[in-house]
Design a protein around this ligand. Structure first.
Ligand code: PLP
Length: 391
């Protein structure tokens, strides 16, 4: 019998992967399953990005790179941040990582310990809480309410701070709600944090380029006052349809970048070289594919919201970012997780129950509209038939 450290008794996971496995199993058994469960674009990575990786391999980029990534890529990330947010980031503070998720792992590991409080969005990406629990820190949920357009209240967040708070995790545009935090709320939060320089902020902006109807993504990078304690999490997975490449980046504050670099040296040495050249082509090449994908997502977003609101007992706000809808299903008479499970098993539609994203997720399910308009329409018809049936 082996005894691992206590953290492994508390570590969680993403139920989206379990739903994907079950959906795949059912499909393998011959069932027609429509997958609205998984959070990854259904598009192929744009061709010029794929070509750049192939060229990098042909050109002999087969070895280790610096732990923080190749300099041209870090420079391109800094230039991209400047172009999009107006903020100056030094390539010396940029770190290329194997997927955006790795930055949350690193940041939570850096600050989490028994006796420490870490604030995180609820409902939110499940790995925040899982990693906080792993470290033994106290997870403090920041409520993300439908009545507040699925974003945090700065006032409520500031009230949750304790002398033990060391890290505050923010995510906008948000998974699983599609909420986008308005600039005014972020400004209020930043002002309220002025007298707490001991609190680091992890801003997960992986959906930062995915907003609709002209909604502004207000990057925390734009706030000079946070510069010495902001960790920016971003990457290529969603924007460029590159989830399987495992490529992400972070901007670390001066006082943490060397610690982050050492952690990388201890764990993965560097991100695989051809993927880094692909990431460089993504940032420096044409952006039309990104615009095309967003146009398609926007069209599906409208389809999903309209379809959901036509279902008995379901009401859905129009998400302003990412590619998720988070409808309220409390008037259907179903609990969220049994409903998600019944939709998969009986109607062949994979969705995720809201409680998989936190305690405030009860009463909601998450649908990812990273599937074709045709499949979305078929899924909505199946859901309608299912919900109209007497239980
Ligand atoms: N942050 C959020 C909010 C996400 O939804 C995801 C992926 O689903 C990630 C981070 C991780 O992205 P990556 O695939 O680059 O690790």
């Amino acid at each position: 019998m082996l005894t691992t450290i206590e953290g492994f008794d508390r570590i969680g996971e993403e139920n989206a992967f379990a739903v994907l496995a079950r959906a795949t199993r059912l499909a393998d058994e011959g069932r027609d399953i429509i997958n609205l469960g998984i959070g990854q674009p259904d598009f192929r990575t744009p061709e010029h990005i794929v070509e750049a990786a192939i060229k990098a391999l042909r050109d002999g980029h087969h070895g280790y790179t610096p732990a923080t990534g190749i300099l041209p890529l870090r420079e391109a990330v800094a230039a991209d941040i400047a172009r999009r947010t107006g903020a100056e980031a030094s390539p010396e503070n940029v770190m290329i990582v194997p997927g955006g998720k790795v930055t949350m792992f690193m940041a939570i590991l850096m600050f989490g310990a028994p006796g420490v409080d870490i604030l995180y969005p609820d409902p939110g990406f499940p790995i925040y809480r899982s990693m906080i629990e792993f470290t033994g820190a106290r997870p403090v949920p920041v409520p993300i309410r439908e009545s507040n357009d699925f974003t945090f209240s700065a006032e409520e967040t500031l009230e949750l701070l304790t002398p033990q708070t060391r890290l505050l995790i923010l995510n906008s545009p948000a998974n699983p709600t599609g909420g986008v935090t308005p600039r005014a709320e972020i400004e209020k939060l930043v002002a309220g944090l002025a007298d707490r320089p001991d609190i680091a902020i992890l801003s997960d902006e992986i959906y930062g380029q995915m907003t609709y109807d002209g909604a502004e993504h207000c990057s925390l990078m734009g706030f000079e006052a946070l510069r010495d304690r902001l960790i920016l999490l971003d990457g290529w997975s969603k924007t460029y349809a590159m989830t399987g490449w495992r490529l992400g980046y972070a901007v670390w504050p001066e006082q943490l970048i060397d610690k982050a670099r050492k952690l990388a040296v201890n764990a993965w040495s560097c991100v695989n070289a051809p993927a880094q050249f692909a990431g460089l082509a993504a940032l420096t090449g044409p952006q039309d594919a990104v615009r095309d994908m967003m146009r398609e997502f926007d069209m599906r977003r409208k389809l999903v919201v309209e379809g959901l609101n036509a279902l008995p007992g379901v009401s859905a706000r129009t998400p302003m970012g990412a590619f998720y809808a988070f409808p309220n299903i409390s008037a259907t008479g179903w609990q969220a997780k049994p409903l998600a499970s019944a939709l998969l098993e009986e109607a062949g539609v994979a969705v995720i129950g809201g409680p998989d994203f936190g305690t405030l997720g009860e009463g909601y399910i998450r649908l990812s509209y990273a599937n074709s308009a045709e499949n979305i329409a078929r899924a909505l018809t199946r859901m309608k038939l299912f919900l109209e049936e007497p239980q």
